[in-house]
Structure formats: structure tokens, C-alpha cells
Design a protein. Structure first.
Ligand code: UD1
Length: 356
């Protein structure tokens, strides 16, 4: 079996890691294609190094651009890649423009497509990621769902016959890295003179948060008011948009900081008093680490984190401040994201898909 994984953005490198390891363990031929959507070393190379992912066989070097230009360049370039490698499966991850481009390129060439993290829905049609995931699910031949909720969404759209519940591959990585960093002082704490439980960690990068200057200013003003230092891990989009809008990142308790390598992020997140984010992955990582999370969005794909009390959706302003400073919720033993062995189920499903 020849599997060709297409990745391009930071969260996809995390999801790729357990798949690459499991493929290697089983002797499955696995080719990695990097679209180049994320090209900063801190958003890309460090993930390959820290998570011991083999270097991509192909790098498309597409880089930034409007959605149409970025997606279109990937689509065009992938034609030749598929001609050269002739895989049995193209495996696509999550909901980025790289996901959609690879799914389209493959179906046009009649190469079977498997979508990892299928069935997630925000039902917010303003989000580019929502279109990417819906279109990818409907194009794909095999839908690898992380949760029962995702399976239910796929069934509601008539896609149940192609769906398999595999669990969440990010959980595989998180649990492994959590155990690796346990007991050590997170480098961020020493560098910033922070105490365990005495700071918040924040990330804000989605277009809905960054591209409207009034909303961006309101989010940053709320973060700056919290009752402990807030380390703001600044994505390039946040840095660019705040600079364009003339909004300062450094004020109040806010401490802007470059993005962290994955093991350092996990260590810093596990010791934080709370996390404030608009990221999908970090909401779930916060839950798995049992760090209270506040999500600056009106909806989430990871509803289990909210239902179990570990994540609160809040709008900027007093609501966000109160949510971030709320007391710790009651502990839970729930495992809605699986047991950390999702990658093995992904490889099993590729070897014997339900429609075969
Ligand atoms: C993308 C994904 C999003 C995912 C996120 C993780 C889409 C539509 N969105 O959003 O689902 O959660 O990645 O980070 O695919 N930039 C750099 N250096 C880089 C990459 C980007 O400076 O290495 C800047 C560019 O100015 C670019 C902006 O960041 O315009 C946004 O990058 P883009 O790839 O469009 O999407 P993200 O916001 O990162």
C-alpha cells in the first residue's frame, strides 16, 4: 500500500507525526508532500524535527496568497506529484486550503482520498475552514472521524457508509509528548520568570479574530486586563494584522512571544492557569492537559470540551475576562477523543476501508 500525505500548515504537521510513525512501523510506503502554505521555520521545520517526522519528499513552495491563488497553485502543482508517485491513497488532514487542494487534485485523477479529521462542523459558513472541511468530506472516499459527534454529522449528510470512527490523532501525539515533558520546568517559565499556575497562555490567529481591527483591538484589550501575565504566542497573521491596524501587542499584562515548538507549547500549556485561544487544536490540547480553556469564538467544532465544562466560548469584553478568570471546573475522566491509538486505526482503515 502506497500512502501519500499532503500537509502544509502547522496543525497538520502535528497530525502527520503519529501517521508517519505508524506507517514506518508497519512498513507501509508513505510519501510526504509539503505544500509550503506555512513556510516560517517556527511554523514548519521545528515540528518535523521535534516530532521526528521524515523530511517531505516533495515541497511545493506555494507560500502565502489569497485563498483562490494559494489553493489554485497547490491544485496545479499536485497534478504532477500524483502522476509521478501514483499512490493507492491520498491522505489529507483537517481543514486548511492544503486539505481542499489535495482532495480536489486526487479526485480529479481518480486517486482514492482519505480525510483525516472528517465530520467536524462549526456550522459557521463565514469560516474558510468550514467550506474546506465540508467540500473535502463530500469529495473523499474514506472519512476518518475523530469523535462520535463527527460521525453523527457525517451520517446527517448521507456520508455514513464511507465513515469510520478512528479517534483523534492529535491525542496520540499530545499524550506522548505530555509524558516526555512531565516533571521538567517548561523553558518558557524560566525565560519569562513565571510560576506554575501563575500565568495565562493565549493564541489568536483566525481571520475572524484578526482581520477586523475593531474585534482584534477588543480581544487584545480583554487579554491585557487579566489578573496574571498573559503570554501571547503571536502567529504571523496576528503580528501582520495588528501592525497594519496600528494596534500594540505589548500592553497591560500582555507579553507577546514568538510561537513555541510543540514540546514547549505542551509543557507551557500544562502549567498555565488558563488558556485563551481561537485555535481548534489548542482547545482540545487544553482539555487533555486539564487546563481550563476560554475560546474567543461563537462556536466550536470540539463541543465535548464545552459540554464537560473545560472550555467556555466568550466574546471579547467583560464576558471574556470573567470566563478566563473562572475557577477550575470539576475533574473528569471522560475520553471523548480516544485512547491515543488513533493512528493505528487510520492505517487499519486504509488497509481495509468500509466500502472495499
Ligand atoms: C491556516 C489555516 C487554519 C489553521 C492555521 C494554523 C486555512 C484557510 N487556514 O491559517 O485552518 O488553523 O493555518 O496556523 O488554510 N504567514 C507567514 N508565515 C508562514 C505562514 C503564514 O508569515 O509561515 C502569514 C502570511 O502573511 C499569511 C498569513 O500568515 O497571509 C496567514 O497564513 P495562511 O496560510 O493564509 O493561513 P493561517 O492564518 O495560518
Amino acid at each position: 500500500m502506497k500512502v501519500l500525505s499532503v500537509v502544509g500548515a502547522r496543525p497538520q504537521f502535528v497530525k502527520l507525526a503519529p501517521i508517519a510513525h505508524e506507517a514506518a512501523r508497519r512498513g507501509v510506503e508513505h510519501t510526504i508532500v509539503h505544500t509550503g502554505q506555512h513556510y516560517d521555520p517556527m511554523l514548519s521545520d521545528v515540528f518535523f524535527e521535534d516530532l521526528q517526522i521524515p523530511a517531505p519528499a516533495v515541497h511545493l513552495g506555494v507560500g502565502s496568497g489569497s485563498h483562490g491563488r494559494q489553493t489554485g497553485q497547490m491544485l496545479a502543482a499536485l497534478d504532477d506529484v500524483l502522476d509521478t508517485h501514483v499512490p493507492d491513497w491520498v491522505l489529507v488532514y483537517g481543514d486548511t486550503n492544503s486539505t481542499l487542494a489535495a482532495a480536489l487534485a486526487a479526485v480529479k485523477q481518480h486517486v482514492p482520498v482519505a480525510h483525516l479529521e472528517a465530520g467536524l462542523r462549526s456550522f459557521n459558513r463565514r469560516m474558510p475552514e468550514e467550506h474546506n472541511r465540508v467540500l473535502t468530506d463530500h469529495a473523499a472516499d474514506l472519512l476518518l472521524a475523530p469523535t462520535q459527534g463527527a460521525m453523527d454529522h457525517l451520517a446527517a449528510e448521507g456520508l455514513a457508509p464511507r465513515a469510520v470512527l478512528v479517534g483523534d490523532v492529535m491525542t496520540d501525539v499530545l499524550l506522548r509528548v505530555r509524558d516526555q515533558v512531565a516533571g521538567a520546568v517548561p523553558p518558557l517559565l524560566a525565560e519569562q520568570s513565571l510560576e506554575p499556575g501563575g500565568y495565562y497562555l493565549a493564541t489568536i490567529h483566525r481571520a475572524e479574530s484578526t482581520d477586523d481591527p475593531a474585534r482584534l483591538a477588543a480581544i487584545l484589550a480583554s487579554l491585557a486586563e487579566l489578573d496574571a501575565p498573559v503570554v501571547l504566542l503571536a502567529h504571523p497573521r496576528l503580528v501582520a494584522r495588528s501592525r497594519d491596524a496600528g494596534i500594540a501587542l505589548e500592553r497591560g499584562v500582555l507579553r507577546p512571544h514568538t510561537s513555541l515548538p510543540y514540546p514547549e507549547l505542551v509543557a507551557a500549556a500544562s502549567q498555565a492557569r488558563g488558556i485563551v485561544t481561537d485555535s481548534g487544536g489548542l482547545q482540545k490540547e487544553a482539555f487533555l492537559l486539564r487546563t481550563p480553556c476560554t475560546t474567543v469564538r461563537t462556536e466550536t467544532e470540539w463541543v465535548e470540551t464545552v459540554e464537560l465544562g473545560w472550555n467556555v466560548l466568550a466574546e471579547p469584553g467583560p464576558e471574556l475576562v470573567a470566563a478566563a478568570q473562572r475557577p477550575r471546573p470539576a475533574d473528569t475522566e471522560a475520553t471523548p477523543y480516544g485512547d491515543g491509538a488513533a493512528a493505528a486505526r487510520v492505517l487499519d482503515a486504509l488497509a481495509a476501508p468500509p466500502t472495499a
